[in-house]
Design a protein around this ligand. Structure first.
Ligand code: PLP
Length: 410
């Protein structure tokens, strides 16, 4: 199907003026949405309105500006709670992003873990869901186990079942692979982990923009994501945790906001969610993220998903017809992104030659070096879509890629 689906992409694009520019004298085609999404005017305006009218620190003063800032800040928490269907807004902890959420968790889980305890991650994780656990392993001697890939680069669930044991304390896996776009069977992964008594962290950095996420339905213990991949600002993210689990965890950073009382003899910590939010938070980022959630909620989510699937299917089909292309995970259910290599060519050369034609794609290891090793390649070219991309753009990308391949192989 070569249509732009049932909803109006041209109407959506009016919210993203950044898309209307020439790059290297060609109309910009932005296909690097897995790295970060563009921001709608409503998000940009919400951030500037806050700085223009309401700028004040939150929770700390009884003056009007602070009250307004605090109301917007806490209303945003409620909005995000509803967006992922958390049971309570206390379960929404503001962080800088996915990376900080995982580091926070790795640090506060440490006291519950002892030498020899096991954490399971997977072969297709982003470095943000590998390195914090390796640092913890170095610090306290936990053992890191890795779910391997099957021949078509999906997670090997049979091997995962064999890794699970009563030593497993946490399973930490991506909802959707940032490098390959593959959707992991997280519901099954969570159920199996819970059967052995392990907790589960889902890295939702790539999923929140492309799926309706319901943390209660998933039954994950923790879920993390970044605002900037969801049309929100950079520097704001979320750590969701089940309330009864978060209550048991110690704070991470110390300072203002995370305490109830301080004396030199004894300090008591604040309640959730503030216990984990030391210092002045990214107030403008939180307000921008709430505007991003409002933007998404003003559309039918199913329309977004259908449109993105249409772009993905068209692109994957066209790539599959090019003999020079090696497609990763061909035919496997994906969301948002497709990865490929041009046989005999370096991915960065492909990306640079596409950029010369105004087309922004990503090349390299996508912060997933162990995955590249498992795939036996140094990197891939990744095309990642969002709701404002059009079929015409996908077509132009394919034509430009054909030109690039022809030029390099002449
Ligand atoms: N996890 C995944 C799956 C990602 O795609 C990313 C970013 O690309 C991250 C973690 C890190 O996100 P951030 O850099 O926003 O902290």
């Amino acid at each position: 199907m070569l249509s732009d689906s049932t909803f109006s992409v041209s109407q959506i694009r009016t919210h993203f003026p950044i898309l209307n520019q020439l790059v290297n004298e060609f109309p910009l085609i932005y296909l690097d949405n897995a790295a970060t999404t563009q921001k709608p005017i409503s998000v940009i305006e919400a951030v500037s309105r806050y700085y223009l009218n309401d700028n004040a620190n939150v929770h700390r003063a009884s003056h009007q500006l602070s009250n307004r800032a605090t109301c917007a800040f806490e209303a945003a928490r409620e909005k995000v709670k509803n967006f992922i269907n958390a049971a309570d807004s206390k379960e929404i902890i503001w962080t800088k992003g996915t990376t900080e959420s995982i580091n926070l968790l790795a640090n506060v889980l440490a006291p519950q873990l002892t030498k020899g305890d096991e954490i399971i991650i997977s072969a297709l994780e982003h470095h943000a869901n590998i390195v914090p656990w390796q640092m913890l392993a170095e610090r306290i001697g936990i053992v890191l186990k890795v779910i391997p890939l099957t021949d078509n680069s999906t997670l090997d669930i049979d091997a995962y079942k064999l890794l699970l044991s009563d030593k497993t304390k946490l399973v930490a896996v991506a909802h959707i692979s940032n490098a390959l776009g593959v959707i992991n069977p997280v519901k099954e992964i969570i159920k199996l982990a819970h059967q052995t008594g392990a907790q589960v962290l889902i890295d939702g950095a790539q999923a929140v923009a492309h799926q309706r996420v319901d943390v209660q339905e998933l039954d994950c213990d923790y879920y993390v994501f970044s605002g900037h991949k969801l049309f929100g600002p950079t520097g704001i993210g979320v750590l969701y945790g089940k309330q009864h689990l978060l209550e048991l965890l110690p704070p991470w950073q110390g300072g203002g906001e995370m305490i109830k009382s301080v004396s030199f003899e004894h300090t008591t910590y604040n309640d959730l969610p503030f216990k984990f939010e030391a210092g002045t938070p990214n107030i403008a980022g939180v307000i921008g993220l709430a505007a991003a959630v409002d933007f998404i909620n003003s559309y039918d989510r199913q329309d977004f998903l259908k449109h993105e699937q249409c772009l993905l299917a068209f692109t994957e089909r066209a790539l599959a017809q090019m003999p020079e292309i090696k497609l990763f995970c061909a035919g496997v259910e994906k969301s948002g992104a497709v990865s490929f290599a041009v046989k005999g060519e370096h991915p960065t050369d492909i990306a640079m030659l596409l950029d010369a034609q105004g087309i922004a794609v990503r090349s390299g290891s996508h912060c997933a070096m162990p995955l590249m090793k498992a795939l036996n390649c140094s990197g891939t070219v990744r095309v990642s879509f969002s709701i404002y991309n059009t079929i015409a753009e996908a077509q132009r990308f394919i034509e430009a890629l054909k030109n690039v391949v022809q030029m390099l192989q002449e």
